[in-house]
Write a protein that binds this ligand. Structure first.
Ligand code: IPM
Ligand code: MG
Length: 359
């Protein structure tokens, strides 16, 4: 099988970590006799610099004609003052919408070797946790009507949140099916004590829950959920939530695993094409210094093999390689924690993972 992969390196540490993920995929190709063809396209600040827009049309068409998309990160201080339409972040929203990627899977699990890097106390971590955030990605307040108007106190800005039953149902189904393949539990997170969209969300989720009697279902208000994540993360299996709440809670979930530099994500739609990216950003402060943690990008590549190409054995091989390297005590700066270990650069960590994947 020959797979076409669009590579969007983006800004900041995007190029270095994406390069690491590509090298790991090349290694997998070599081992498994598959072939991956990588084509690079511009996105984010670098696209603004080179073409004047953050999401050039060639990038969209290139992604649409490939089997899957690997993304690094976008944004940086250099482009922070651009008008909203030209901001690198806008490109991210644009490509998610253009590819119809409404399901964002963000797994957060504690790597046993990294217990010491988690900010949670040993007694709270207990026997560890392994949760999956299913975030709605192409609707809600990120895509609602917005603007400026005259308000009671003079000029005001507004953003609106809207969710249709159809949008809630399809993300709900993604969460329930994911739970069936995991520990069979879904927690839906909303703000139904205040928001109308949340009340529709909750009503729709309850209706779906009845269709999945094998899945245990519960609701949680988002403020309580933020607290529960640091109080007892092991209570969660699959969390399903809106675009904005998912954005916030997934950063929180990543931090309790030890570092945001570890967490991969998959964005999926109705077909098999997906976009795979680390959940961390472009980290401009360490860009180009070979200090970044490539693991989230590498694990994103593993998710691509699993979800878009159905290559689970190959995905397992990458995940096992990461485990082995962490267990052997190798660390990038962000995951040094209190436990000690051998500090590696981004490229040295990549080498270690390549070695482990090949063995
Ligand atoms: C993420 C990021 C993006 C988001 C930003 C960069 C637009 O924070 O993928 O979590 O909010 O979705
Ligand atoms: Mg975010």
């Amino acid at each position: 099988m020959n797979y076409q992969i669009a590579v969007l390196k983006g800004d900041g540490i995007g190029p270095e970590i994406t390069e690491s993920a590509v090298r790991v995929l090349e290694k997998i190709a070599e081992i498994s006799g598959r072939s991956f063809q990588f084509t690079e396209y511009l996105i984010g600040g670098i696209a603004v610099d080179q073409t004047g827009v953050p999401l050039p049309p060639e990038t969209v068409s290139g992604c649409l004609s490939s089997d899957s998309v690997l993304l690094g990160a976008v944004g940086g201080p250099k482009w922070d003052t651009l008008p909203p339409e030209k901001r690198p972040e806008k490109a991210l929203l644009g490509i998610r919408a253009a590819l119809g990627l409404y399901t964002n899977l963000r797994p957060a699990k504690l790597f046993p070797a990294l217990r010491g890097a988690s900010p949670l106390r040993e007694s709270v971590i207990g026997s560890g946790f392994d949760l999956l955030i299913v975030r709605e990605l192409t609707g809600g307040i990120y895509f609602g009507e917005r603007g400026y108007r005259e308000g009671r106190f003079g000029e005001e800005a507004f953003d609106t949140e809207a969710y249709s039953v159809t949008e809630i149902e399809r993300i709900g189904r993604a969460a329930f099916s994911a739970a069936q393949k995991r520990r069979g539990k879904v927690t839906s997170i909303d703000k139904a004590n205040v928001l109308e969209t949340s009340r529709l969300w909750r009503k729709t989720m309850h209706r779906l829950a009845a269709e999945y009697p094998d899945v245990a279902y519960g609701d949680l208000l988002v403020d309580n959920a933020a607290m529960q994540l640091v109080r007892n993360p092991a209570q969660f299996d699959v969390i399903v939530t809106s675009n904005l709440f998912g954005d916030i809670l997934s950063d929180e979930a990543s931090q309790i695993t030890g570092s945001i530099g570890m967490l991969a994500s998959a964005s999926l739609g109705d077909g098999v094409r997906g976009m795979y990216e680390p959940i961390h950003g472009s980290a401009p402060d360490i860009a180009g210094q070979d200090k970044a943690n490539p693991i989230a990008a590498i694990l994103s590549a593993a998710m691509m093999l699993r979800y878009s190409f159905g290559l689970s054995a190959e995905a397992d091989r990458i995940e096992r390689a990461v485990d082995l390297v962490l267990e052997a005590g190798f660390r990038t700066a962000d995951i040094m924690g209190d436990g000690g270990g051998t500090l590696l650069s981004c490229s040295a960590m990549t080498e270690k993972i390549l070695e482990a994947a090949g063995s």
